[in-house]
Design a protein. Sequence first.
Length: 340
Amino acid sequence: MFMLVRVFLAFVGLSLVSKHTWAQPYYQGKTIQMIVGYSAGGGFDAYARTIARHMGKHVPGNPSFVVENRTGAGSLIAANHLYKVSKPDGLSIGHFIGGFFLGQVLDQPGIEFDSRQFEYLGSPVVDHSVCVFTKASGITSIDTWRAAKTPVKVGGLAPGSSTPDNVTRILKEALGLPLQLVTGYKGVADIRLAAEAGELAGGCWGWDGTKRPWAKQLESREVAVVLQNWTSAHVDLPNVPLAIDQAKTDEARQLIRVGIHDQSAILRPFVLPPKTPKDKVVILKKAFMETLNDPEFKADAAKGRLDIEPVAGEEVEKIVHGLFKLAPALISRFKDILYK
């Protein structure tokens, strides 16, 4: 009888251990890697690191997060890596520029992924693109920009990068602004450094990537925002003119609406590799949106001067898939502008 009791207790113990092990959340004790396509110090890096500090507590099992800056080709290297190399195990999240989704539609060289196969967690913000220049460049308003006697040098990252490259090319075509795009920088932080050194006059990128790192320069008026490229004025910039209001023709307005406005909601996507198991996708989508609405996260973002205007993963996916339905004539026009 004693032996039977011991065997019974041993069986119950093993069952409890097995049950406990089975019930452990998948993410318990694991680390999620967040792959950022730009260098440290820029807006993409700031959003990724701020989200990474808070998202773990919204994932069952409370995994840790690490951020890796995989730079190059305007974040195309990171996008291709996520698609081709990262395992679809729910432990890799990519954060690269959303302009490559339109780039795929336009047959942009170097794209080795199908945007329709990614899983989209969402975006933390609708991008409010601005064009900002140093005081030393002499460009202090849209009027001084138009009146420039030589092309104004502005920084870019790589062909197909929504901002700065695509925005800059579209503004040049739609508004006839005198500018020279100098592309190939690793990130917006590098463009800012080049502008401060006098190598560039400035460039066009998100307001969040300007007001935080250039806060002192804006306050001292060493840099100035001369144009904003959204449907309406940002609350911080009530007197800065809108690009759409500077357009003189219907074609120019259409180029700005489709090429800039429609891209703003998907500019900063957080993405999972194709074939990530649906249960992991559901968990991470929920955790991502909960993070963006977390009061502690919002306070941290505000401290870092990061705007938060969430776009759900379903909306990002809808916009991306809609790009593959653009009229052939408009696709041809964008190819001429963005890749000539």
